[in-house]
Design a protein around this ligand. Structure first.
Ligand code: CU
Length: 461
């Protein structure tokens, strides 16, 4: 009870106690708090146990616990949930304690942890504690290390969180279905000494992918490659909150990938280092600078950098289709085709048909009727117009003079005078032309003014 009350006052989130499966179990089971909001909750300052510097789950929350005889007890409830992916679109997912992903679990290296898992799904499940070094029988692989948790049943997992680091949890039961429905959660084991691996801001997120037909609510779980919604913590831009940092803060962003493909995660305006993986911390002498890090399937990466460049910096997956939402993926490419008049004719036949722009899209400006419960491909609005982004995209807003624990959106960056790209109306310098640029030849011979174009040689073996 105590931890729940503390959390309520701390985060201001909408938490209500879940009804427990059986009255007999109610006496011994810890409460299972439920989060009804997809807003980013304030970090959960540990009310008991050893101190640590809490993380911030982007558009998510941390699961409160109770201490019992020196053991940290958590209660996860696997259940169907309705998750708002962004304002205007809700999805029927499966998750834990009211949300997908489930709540983040935060413990300290050396903690004895007991996790009750109640199954309210229509089929059996289990939880695998990805990356943890634990007794084999606690590993959560249905059929291999335990029977599946039948609907209505509660299982208990118990182990020592032996290593500080970045982990996740997910089912090892009917995985294709259960993970495609959103069952996953983040796990952070903090170092015993809070001065170790210390950062000022520590954000966590899981990458997700869903295939939800525009106008429908439930993901198609048989999809293997052709997903249409790419998510950070089951949210798509512009539904993803910005990350916020104070100028000079050391920032960590931990990213885990439970989709079916890799995601090159890219940060603008800064260089970072990969400081940790789900296998542990990277030794300082083994780190190198990056601006993108590929997070492969089933991997986790913790990147760290000093937020020393003020502004609103993009943070996104570098696969361009992963920064788009559901609408319009099966549209022909009409770049270079003058289709004036064609769109109207097609629209008379097929109301709502979308013609891709002949000048390269500009879909942010496109006016078209949307089916119920879907999002335009690119919708975010910025201070200079449409962002033309969706999916796995957000910003990190770096500002001078923010409070230590201030995570509120500071609004758009106010650029110092003369530091924004602008239209040029003065005289232009002559633009040099590449030799032969006007020639369309290319089958050999002379391609233009003095440039010889050679045919590629064919190698025969
Ligand atoms: Cu991606």
């Amino acid at each position: 009870m105590t931890s729940r009350r503390t959390f309520l006052s701390g985060a201001g989130g909408a938490l209500v106690g879940a009804s427990l499966v059986s009255k007999a179990g109610a006496a011994s089971l810890p409460e299972a708090p439920v989060q009804s909001s997809s807003a980013t909750a304030a970090p959960l300052v540990p009310p008991n146990g050893r101190p640590y510097n809490p993380v911030v789950t982007l558009n998510g929350w941390t699961l409160p616990w109770r201490m019992k005889d020196g053991i940290k007890e958590f209660h996860l409830v696997a259940e169907p949930v309705v998750r708002e992916l962004a304002p205007g679109m809700q999805a029927n997912l499966w998750g834990y304690n009211g949300q997908s992903p489930g709540p983040t679990i935060e413990v300290v290296e050396g903690d004895r942890v007991r996790i009750f898992v109640t199954n309210k799904l229509p089929e059996h499940t289990s939880i695998h504690w990805h990356g943890q070094i634990l007794p084999c029988g606690m590993d959560g692989v249905t059929g291999l290390t335990q029977p599946g948790i039948a609907p209505g049943k509660t299982f208990v997992y118990e182990f020592v969180a032996r290593h500080a680091g970045t982990f996740m949890y997910h089912p090892h039961a009917d995985e294709m279905q259960q993970m495609a429905m959103g069952m996953m959660g983040f796990w952070v084991t903090h170092p015993k000494d809070p001065r170790q691996h210390r950062v000022d801001r520590d954000y966590v997120m899981l990458l997700g992918a869903y295939d939800i037909e525009p106008g429908s609510y439930t993901p198609k779980t048989n999809t293997m490659l052709d997903f249409n919604l790419w998510t950070f913590n089951s949210r798509v831009f512009p539904g993803i909150d910005p990350m916020v940092a104070r100028l000079g803060d050391r920032v960590r962003i931990r990213v885990g990938n439970l989709t079916m493909t890799n995601h090159p995660i890219h940060l603008h305006g800064h260089r970072f280092e990969v400081a940790g993986t789900d296998g542990g911390w990277v030794r300082p002498e083994a780190r190198w600078p990056e601006v993108s890090v590929d997070v492969a399937v089933g991997q986790m990466r913790a990147i760290e950098f000093v937020a020393d460049n003020p502004g609103d910096w993009a943070f996104h997956c570098h696969k361009s289709h992963h920064t788009m939402n559901a609408m319009g993926h099966e549209v022909p490419n009409l770049i270079g085709v003058d289709h004036r008049g064609v769109a109207k004719k097609i629209n008379d036949l097929i109301p709502g048909y979308m013609v891709m722009g002949d000048k390269g899209g500009s879909m942010g400006d496109m006016q078209m009727p949307l089916p119920e419960n879907t999002l335009p491909m690119m919708t975010g609005r910025g201070p200079f117009g449409n962002l033309e982004m969706g999916g796995m995209f957000t910003t990190i807003k770096i500002r001078e003079g923010l409070g230590r624990g201030d995570y509120r959106d500071p609004g758009w960056y106010r650029h110092p005078a003369g530091t924004v790209a602008r239209e040029w109306t003065g005289e232009l310098p002559a633009a040099p032309q590449a030799p032969g640029a006007a020639s369309t030849g290319g089958t050999g011979g002379t391609g233009g003014k003095g440039l010889t174009v050679r045919k590629p040689t064919t190698h025969k073996h």
